[in-house]
Write a protein that binds this ligand. Structure first.
Ligand code: FAD
Length: 540
């Protein structure tokens, strides 16, 4: 059956839901096509449910990278949302925008063209405020009027406060707002939730539209390719929820928001990408854009893990009787540990030059962080973890097709720690936050630092530790980047339009020329809102 609406959005994740909201507001009709499931699920919606879902869930697709050359040939598993709301329905809910310099940098990259759209901070800040409904902050940087609920954590463990005091004892200023004038500092994070309920792109932007006849929402429907006629996108081919192939058409435009792994895959399957690479799969090239799938960026993270000398933190709070007790408290009174995503505080520092911008973000977890790299290597028990994340990595990877069958995941090469400067900054970040476990109030609760090995902290050993434990912080981006006309590797112009093909845009994290400093949900939603304004011509 052929269906028409003004716009087709491919992918109902962070950016896709935000875009749909914006277009519906302007009275346009929208077909929102999401490969995954409905977001209505108790575990998805509660803050602590995140930990229950992260390793094995139908709500995520677990992408595997190539063996990582700079990480001892380890394969990284990168989960991505397979649900309405995308990453915002399964993530740790930390609310972060990045800093003004991130967007001023994009603006500088793009302004080479006279007619480029503005991306500087003064232009972008209103989009963050437009989406934000902050429970505490309302000022030059924050708003209480948007749809995305942003709140302080309703439960904070004492170890978290100890972490903040220990880092402050290293000379880092305490902050109660990482999204205000300055990003640097140590403090409690704010989260995309309210009163124990996640605020995802789905709940913020799509739930209020559920009775809007202008919205056609198709779940469990996978887009295979874009239909292009005479260098113009006119629709998409999908595999619908019954497994049947269908064509769906758009009167105006098709916008890709399937995330940084699948958006370039769909472009390539549709004949947009490096002609040479497409030939390998006998795909007819419709526009030779060698930048499709290149420029893959992700934030590398590395843990510091310590055993506690007492029964501190969240060990086994999600299991057995303790889980039942915590669940009952949450259901009866709305209080307690279920309100915590487990990652309550963090910091932004520059461990090499404290006067310069921060290049390390830290997350504090009041338990031993168990994942595929630590399970079987580190004993679980009472303890704590600090992960250091390099916020402006210089390493670049790529996404390539593995076959011309849309069911096959693409080849993913993250290349984490490929660039020596990333390793250097990560090692400096590790040394900096090690001090937080060794001095101040937190150190009084540390029985033993398990990793890195503090008995021999030579550069060589610390480098080995980084190569052994560094992994993705789940923020792939940049694989269909915006760029200036003279940049042959740019896929999009400054208004998110795919070069050389009419009526086709990309509005997810793939569009980023350079990754933002910090978590990526809010920037993805900002891209969706901004794309909506480009489409409805409300901005330049
Ligand atoms: C485990 C985890 C923890 C995270 N923690 C945080 C955090 O605390 N704070 C934060 O800000 N960010 C966090 N992030 C990152 C953030 O969620 C993502 O960066 C963000 O969701 C990316 O937005 P997007 O629109 O680019 O893609 P996504 O949100 O991934 O949306 C892409 C959508 O496209 C759909 N799709 C894919 N293929 C197709 C197809 N063929 N047809 C139709 N639909 C398709 C997917 O199912 C998905 O819903 C986390 C991510 C993960 C995975």
């Amino acid at each position: 059956m052929h269906k028409y609406s003004d716009y087709i959005i491919v992918g109902g994740g962070a950016s896709g839901c935000a875009l749909a909201h914006k277009l519906l507001e302007s009275k346009s009709s929208v077909t929102l096509i999401e490969a995954g499931y409905s977001h209505h699920n108790f575990l998805l919606n509660t803050p602590a449910g995140f930990f229950k879902l992260i390793n094995n869930s139908k709500y995520a697709t677990y992408y595997k990278t190539n063996p990582q050359k700079h990480l001892g040939e380890r394969v990284n598993i990168v989960p991505q949302g397979n649900v309405l709301g995308g990453g915002t329905s399964i993530n740790a809910q930390v609310y972060m925008r990045g800093r003004a310099e991130d967007y001023n940098e994009w603006h500088d990259i793009l302004r080479v063209n006279n007619d480029s759209a503005n991306w500087d901070w003064d232009t972008i800040l209103p989009y963050f405020k437009e989406m934000e409904n902050n429970s505490r902050l309302e000022n030059k940087y924050h708003s209480k009027k948007g749809k995305l609920k942003v709140s302080d954590s309703s439960h904070v463990d004492q170890l978290t406060y100890d972490f903040i005091d220990s880092v402050a004892s290293l000379g880092v200023i305490k902050t109660n707002d990482f999204n205000g004038e300055h990003q640097k500092g140590v403090g409690l994070y704010q989260f995309m939730n309210r009163k124990g309920k996640r605020s995802s792109a789905a709940s913020a932007f799509i739930e209020p539209q559920k009775n809007n006849s202008l919205l056609k929402l198709l779940l469990q429907t996978k887009v295979k390719e874009i239909i292009i006629e005479n260098e113009k996108a006119i629709g998409v081919v999908v595999e619908n929820s019954s497994g049947m192939e269908e064509k769906i058409f758009a009167d105006k435009e098709v916008i890709l928001a399937a995330g940084s792994f699948i958006t370039p895959k769909i472009l390539m399957l549709s004949g947009i990408g490096s002609e040479q690479e497409l030939q390998n799969f006998s795909i007819k090239c419709k526009n030779d854009l060698p930048g499709v799938g290149k420029n893959l960026m992700d934030h590398p993270e590395c843990p510091l893990i310590a055993k506690a000398n007492g029964k501190y933190g969240y060990y086994k709070q999600g299991e057995g009787l303790r889980m039942i007790r915590n669940g009952i408290e949450f259901l009866l009174f709305g209080t307690g540990r279920v309100n915590s995503t487990g990652v309550e505080a963090g910091a932004f520092v520059n461990p090499i030059n404290s006067k310069d911008l921060s290049y390390i973000q830290a997350f504090f977890v009041p338990s031993i962080y168990m994942n595929s790299d630590t399970i079987g290597v580190i004993d679980d028990g009472y303890g704590m973890s600090i992960t250091t994340v390099m916020t402006k990595p210089k390493s670049r990877g790529f996404v390539k097709l593995k076959s011309s069958d849309f069911r096959d995941n693409p080849e993913i090469e993250l290349n984490l720690l490929k660039h020596q400067d990333d390793l250097k900054m990560m090692m400096a970040g590790q040394r900096f936050f090690l001090q937080a476990l060794q001095q101040g109030p937190l150190s009084k609760k540390v029985k033993e630092i398990i990793v890195p090995n503090t008995k021999n902290l030579s550069d060589e050993n610390l480098e080995n530790h980084c190569r052994r434990f560094v992994r993705t912080n789940y923020h792939p981006s940049g694989t269909a980047k915006m760029g200036a006309d003279n940049d042959k590797m740019s896929v999009l112009d400054s208004k998110l339009r795919v070069r050389g093909i009419d009526n086709l845009r990309v509005c997810d994290l793939s569009a980023m020329p350079n990754i933002n400093s910090g978590n990526t949900s809010a920037p993805a939603m900002m891209l969706g809102l901004r794309c909506g304004d480009f489409l409805t011509q409300r901005t330049n």
